[in-house]
Design a protein around this ligand. Structure first.
Ligand code: BG6
Length: 493
């Protein structure tokens, strides 16, 4: 299969935090891949910025290491490396001081009307100061875009303050709030599955769906990110953004078009329809956990508190929530959400469990008829499985077997699956906001999350411990089994 590459218009991208982890692991490799695929016009420039003093060549050396570490050797031909590195320049500038800003002005001056992407790969405390200086130095032209990463605040209130600070300089259509989950191939495939096929939509409601599970499980611990993570926790780090965005894509009404605001209007409606959890439900419908020592595979691993070096931390590394959407379509359909670090397997998937057949016409000897299930696997092994009951082949009476109709994307399409950041960066250049969160979506997501955080703050309870390498605290199993259902894991997915 060949991929279709549509080159984007010329642009300058200024990466603030250019010597940081995100730039090194994701942004530089993503831009490189788009370049080697022929999507970047010859004139496109990448300007790295950070407070560190560095020459252009030192920045190119930094980028070379990033590419050698994060891009497969087959793509790194000497010509390609040279072509890409030639696009790179570096300007040292202080986010919250004037130092270096005239240099940045100079760097951008030759192309005053070109698309300008300001990528703020820095902590949120610097969003305001950087935007203010971009404004003061008149660097924001009509074709500018600001890209910001989570955490977009620690609560609804702080998110509003951040959005206000960015909004003083950039109008909403210029702001791209990245949720990298929306750039994942299979997440986009979820929209394709729902809205490019007539098959599922008539079944997509409380009439036919029993419940939905969304699992984002990681085997990694927090390791070097413990400092950041301890101020965040799984609820802010994963649920407020990635998991609620996935829930929106599963639950939203068909938008009238794929235009950014048509899609975002529908997602917003879902977020606004999330049933607020009552005082009792804040305990019964939400489980938080924290990993203890254990093993991932054969390797023994430390517990969260040892990794952090603080025995008193109450930060959760696991959350499970039973959420409901107050709407005709989803009346009484639970959405079971869970995410955690140091779990048994690295797997992200969405499972839609349909209702059982209304009446079983077969003999008992045929065996049970488990309900149909649609599994959308985001990672690893991206693909879609539809579980069906079929007759076991051969004589000996009718017996059923539950088997998946299995479409692995790697097998079906033998191309490299692009990283989320590749698509998202090109969407920013193209000015397509469909896969980015609008301000009101962020606010609505916080409205669901804030009461949980407030409740935890007031509570004397601590997160339930779980052994590394398991599926989280037993309370999470109880959360779903209480309703006569189970989490799907391993062979069943
Ligand atoms: C990030 C979180 O947004 O997503 C990390 O901050 C998490 O804690 C990561 O590990 C997971 O992303 P992916 O693409 O590896 O599933």
């Amino acid at each position: 299969m060949t991929t279709r590459i549509i080159p984007v218009e010329s642009f300058d991208i200024v990466v603030f935090g250019a010597t940081g982890d995100l730039a090194q692991r994701k942004l530089i490799p993503a831009l490189f891949h788009r370049d080697e695929q022929g999507q970047l016009p010859n004139e496109a420039r990448i300007i790295g910025t950070s407070r560190r003093d560095m020459s252009h060549d030192e920045f190119r050396a930094f980028a070379t290491t990033a590419l050698e570490t994060y891009v497969e050797a087959t793509y790194r031909t000497p010509e390609m490396m040279q072509k890409f590195l030639n696009r790179l320049t570096y300007v040292a500038a202080e986010a919250s001081k004037e130092d270096g800003w005239p240099k940045l002005e100079e760097a951008l001056a030759p192309f005053p009307d070109r698309i300008r992407v300001f990528y703020l790969a820095v902590g949120p405390d610097l969003f305001g100061p950087i935007c203010e200086r971009l404004g003061n130095h008149k660097l924001v032209n009509a074709n500018s875009r600001a890209v910001v990463e989570k955490p977009l605040g620690k609560s609804g209130e702080s998110a509003q303050a951040l959005n206000d600070a960015i909004g003083k300089v950039f109008a909403e259509p210029m702001i791209y709030r990245i949720d990298h989950y929306l750039g994942k191939e299979t997440v986009q495939n979820l929209m394709a599955l729902r809205f490019a096929n007539a098959l599922f939509e008539p079944l997509w409601s409380a009439d036919h769906i029993d419940h939905v599970q969304i699992t984002v499980a990681e085997t990694l611990g927090v390791e070097s990110r413990a400092g950041y993570y301890d101020t965040s926790g799984a609820l802010r780090d994963m649920v407020q953004n990635h998991i609620l965005q996935l829930l929106c894509l599963v639950a939203m009404e068909p938008p009238s078009s794929i235009e950014a605001d048509a899609v975002r209007d529908e997602k917003l409606k879902v977020l606004k329809s999330l049933k607020p959890l009552s005082a009792v439900e804040l305990d019964s419908h939400v489980v938080r956990g924290q990993y203890r020592s254990g093993a991932t595979g054969d390797t023994a691993v430390k517990g969260y508190l040892e990794e952090l070096g603080n025995p008193d931390s109450k930060t959760e590394t696991f959350v499970a929530i039973k959420a409901e959407i107050a709407s005709w379509r989803w009346n009484h359909v639970p959405f079971y959400l869970r995410t955690g670090k140091r779990l048994a397997e690295r797997v992200s998937e969405i499972t839609v469990q349909f209702k059982p057949v209304p009446h079983n016409i077969f003999r008992k000897s045929a065996g049970p008829l488990p309900p149909n299930r649609l599994v959308i696997r985001l990672q690893p092994d991206e693909g879609v499985k539809l579980w069906l009951s079929v007759k076991e082949p051969g004589p000996g009476g009718l017996r059923f077997k539950h088997v998946p109709l299995d479409m692995s994307f790697a097998e079906a399409f033998s191309t490299r699956q692009p990283e989320a950041y590749e698509r998202l960066l090109m969407d920013v250049v193209r000015g397509n906001q469909t896969l980015f969160m609008r301000r009101d979506e962020v606010a609505a997501a916080w409205k669901f999350i804030d009461p949980i955080l407030d409740h935890w703050k007031e509570s004397t309870d601590t997160p339930k411990p779980y052994t590394s390498g398991t599926w989280g605290p037993t309370a999470s199993i109880a959360l779903i089994e209480r309703d006569g259902r189970t989490w799907f894991e391993g062979e069943e997915t």
